[in-house]
Design a protein around this ligand. Structure first.
Ligand SMILES: NC(=O)c1ccc[n+]([C@@H]2O[C@H](COP(=O)([O-])OP(=O)(O)OC[C@H]3O[C@@H](n4cnc5c(N)ncnc54)[C@H](O)[C@@H]3O)[C@@H](O)[C@H]2O)c1
Length: 118
């Protein structure tokens, strides 16, 4: 498993926990609002694991501030770049990799956990 997060130390801590529990994991830093960085993260998963079986688009931010206190560039656009563009970038990068691997396998998943409330 590849644990990808803007916070490299946090990703490394999660990867260490997975390894300590007997799994295999490594961490990469990624900014999901940067498509080329997302593509690189997908490639690093393929390099590490030989193929991509799934992507979990769960990076996200939320501002609970009242609307009238918003400054659009500070409070709205980052959410769109991370929560919306980031999910789209993850889906696109994963889908391209799935096609390279041979689309149609029953082992290829795209999940957006934020929509499940998890
Ligand atoms: N926790 C909940 O109950 C809940 C419920 C519904 C929706 N959500 C939504 O799910 C998302 C995640 O919630 P959470 O509770 O896991 O939040 P969290 O803050 O615990 O985790 C979010 C993670 O995303 C990472 N991140 C932030 N910006 C990033 C970027 N640009 N690139 C890569 N990683 C980035 C952070 O470093 C952090 O590790 C949020 O959008 C939140 O609004 C959460």
């Amino acid at each position: 498993m590849v644990v990808a997060d803007l916070n490299r130390e946090g990703a490394e801590a999660v990867a260490d926990e997975i390894e300590a529990a007997g799994g295999k994991a490594h961490a990469v830093a990624v900014d999901v609002s940067d498509f080329s960085a997302v593509e690189k993260a997908v490639q690093s998963a393929v390099d590490a694991c030989g193929r991509l079986d799934g992507i979990f688009n769960n990076a996200g931010i939320a501002y609970g501030k009242p609307l009238l206190s918003h400054e659009p560039e500070r409070d709205y656009h980052p959410m769109i770049r991370i929560d919306q563009d980031g999910v789209y970038y993850g889906i696109l990068a994963a889908a391209r990799q799935f096609v390279k691997q041979g689309a149609g396998s029953d082992r290829q998943y795209v999940l957006d956990l934020r929509r499940t409330g998890c």
